[in-house]
Design a protein around this ligand. Structure first.
Ligand SMILES: Nc1nc2c(ncn2[C@@H]2O[C@H](COP(=O)(O)OP(=O)(O)O)[C@@H](O)[C@H]2O)c(=O)[nH]1
Ligand SMILES: [Mg+2]
Length: 244
């Protein structure tokens, strides 16, 4: 039997006015007991106000308003800090653009309740996928993940995935506050740290949809940052090991 948990779903937003109400309603329908924390970076389109209004309708939604756009990694660091202060024992990462299906939340939470310290919603395990992606995008993501998995010894097929659930204790154990990366590199950095402290990681297959409304905030800079940081971490750790 799975133990009861107190999950917090952290949703970072920047310019998601077209999506936020729908995603909050669907999270509430999928996990009636979850608390949701929207971390908005001063979106000029009024995302934070819409999140608050929808929160009144669906209940248990908190909006953390930050003054300016500071990146995905920084938004999650702030969200985790708040969630741990509030005493949540499971912290979930999820995008606001409906690429992550709130209907998959119960499976992610079950994996954690059954013992994983980190459950990753994975596109690259059997049953998962990116059905709408163009060939070149699939190639970049798939090979980027193969490269990171190989040089860092992650044992994870989808380390850049941003739909995940962490046990509170593992976040404390990996000292998440000292992560520095943004975007895809942030996700890899977190998985790498969990692996290094010996935390168990389970990949739960998910289908990743393309956003229908609004625009992506990821850029070539974020992809290049991920590649450079992964290479740096792998080299650094090899040199350190040799120095011992
Ligand atoms: N708070 C905050 N959220 C962000 C920032 N950049 C992206 N996001 C959110 O992070 C999630 C993923 O971003 P998205 O643009 O969809 O990335 P993509 O799916 O890789 O194209 C979405 O919910 C965005 O609104 C940021 O600087 N601050
Ligand atoms: Mg997206």
């Amino acid at each position: 039997m799975s133990e009861p948990i107190r999950p917090l779903v952290v949703i970072p937003t920047y310019q998601e006015a077209e999506n936020i109400a729908v995603v909050l309603r669907r999270v509430r329908a999928a996990v009636p007991a979850a608390t949701v924390l929207v971390v908005d970076d001063g979106s000029p389109d009024g995302t934070a106000d819409l999140a608050e209004a929808t929160g009144v309708e669906v209940g248990q939604v908190i909006v953390l308003r930050r003054p300016r756009k500071d990146g995905l990694g920084s938004a999650y660091r702030a969200g985790f800090e708040r969630g741990l202060e509030m005493g949540h024992d499971v912290l979930v990462e999820m995008d606001a653009d409906l690429s992550h299906d709130p209907g998959d939340l119960p499976r992610l939470l079950r994996a954690v309740a059954e013992g994983a310290t980190l459950a990753i919603g994975s596109r690259y395990v059997p049953g998962g996928g990116t059905p709408h992606w163009a060939f070149h995008r699939r190639l970049l993501s798939r090979w980027g993940n193969r490269y990171a998995g190989l040089v860092l010894g992650l044992g994870v097929r989808d380390a850049t995935a941003g739909f995940r659930a962490y046990r509170a204790e593992i976040l404390e154990a990996i000292d998440y506050k000292t992560t520095r990366a943004d975007g895809y590199a942030f996700q890899v950095e977190m998985a790498y740290r969990v692996r290094k402290v010996g935390g168990s990681i389970t990949e739960v297959p998910i289908s990743f949809s393309d956003r229908v409304r609004g625009t992506s905030k990821m850029s070539t800079r974020i992809v290049v940052e991920a590649m450079l940081l992964v290479t740096w971490w792998a080299l650094r750790d090899r040199l350190l090991r040799r120095g011992r």
